[in-house]
Ligand binder design. Structure first.
Ligand code: NAD
Length: 277
């Protein structure tokens, strides 16, 4: 069901023409889905350098919980699990939990309509670059190739001894903590708290933000830095920001030009339908 006319009042940003309706006697703008979807489809179709920035929310409908909020991972697990110092001090304690969350559970997840539509847009030459904070590899699984993994990914393991990168195969995770042939400890190849962002991912994200004229911002609270700078860089460079998130985020008031308070799979399904000739 669309939150048509009855969704939460959206106070920011200033509405674009035809996307927010101010009924008489109602002090706040009301989301009007058909008009907003039409506006988003038009902006996307006309974009010369369309990009997307995705967060944990895009994978919620694939069964992967976000970090924060109701049902989030941090309501069940200790966030210190992802602190580098704590991992290095006790890899034998950290690895069984990492395996449970990021390999046993994430491993079952399949891309949803939002991942699929983004991949289709890339194949049609519409979407140029996709920057994701996610480590679940669902954009790759959907067929996206021009993906910048800002926080790395869980598909690979990196040896802290010799630096070798290997696919996170089941057999490597049979005995924990997993070790390389050189004797070094394997760590999932995603960024832990206390680690730097991969330089190439940072560079490519800056480049995409500088070139884009329309950026989709999907399912991110905008609270994790420096990733949250990516839509801000794009906005500062003059891009139009379309945000898709059932709840408001740090981006909504600050940079979003068009805000669709919808779940990602639903929003992408509607936009794709609207774009059909
Ligand atoms: P977050 O966990 O802080 O917040 C999730 C956001 O998604 C919220 O704004 C929420 O309103 C929104 N959301 C919830 N359901 C949604 C839906 N169906 N469709 C669209 N949006 C929805 O996420 P974040 O801002 O990405 O930051 C968390 C950090 O944790 C990131 O660095 C990310 O890499 C990592 N993380 C990744 C995964 C993953 O790989 N799938 C999962 C959890 C956390």
């Amino acid at each position: 069901m669309l939150p048509c006319g009855t969704g939460a009042p959206l106070l920011t940003p200033p509405p674009l023409p035809g996307t927010m309706v101010h009924p008489m006697n109602d002090p706040g703008p009301v989301f009007h889905a058909p008009e907003a979807i039409h506006k988003a489809a038009t902006l996307i179709r006309r974009a010369s350098y369309l990009t997307a920035f995705t967060g944990a929310g895009i994978s919620v409908e694939s069964g992967i919980p976000p970090f924060r909020g109701e049902g989030g991972l941090w309501s069940r697990y200790d966030p210190r699990l992802l602190e580098l110092d704590s991992f290095l001090a006790h890899p034998e304690k950290a690895w069984p939990v990492l395996k449970e969350i990021f390999y046993d559970h994430f491993g079952q997840a399949r891309p949803n309509r939002a991942h699929q539509v983004l991949a289709a847009w890339e194949q049609r030459g519409l979407l140029k670059t996709l920057v994701t904070q996610n480590i679940d590899a669902l954009h790759h699984a959907a067929g996206s190739r021009s993906v910048v993994e800002f926080h790395g990914n869980s598909r690979q393991l990196v040896c802290l001894g010799c630096g070798a990168r290997v696919e996170a195969r089941r057999d490597l995770l049979a005995e924990l903590p997993p070790r390389c042939a050189c004797g070094g400890l394997y760590k999932p190849d995603f960024v832990f708290f206390g680690e730097g962002i991969p330089a190439e991912a940072h560079r490519r994200s800056r480049e995409a933000a500088a070139r884009t004229d329309v950026m989709l911002v999907v399912g991110s609270t905008g609270e994790v830095y420096p990733a949250a700078l990516v839509p801000r860089w794009a906005s500062e460079a003059g891009a139009t920001i379309i945000e898709i998130n059932p709840g408001i985020s740090e981006f909504t008031a600050a940079v979003s030009d068009l805000y669709l308070p919808l779940k990602a799979a639903e929003a992408f399904g509607l936009i794709e339908e609207e774009m059909r000739p």
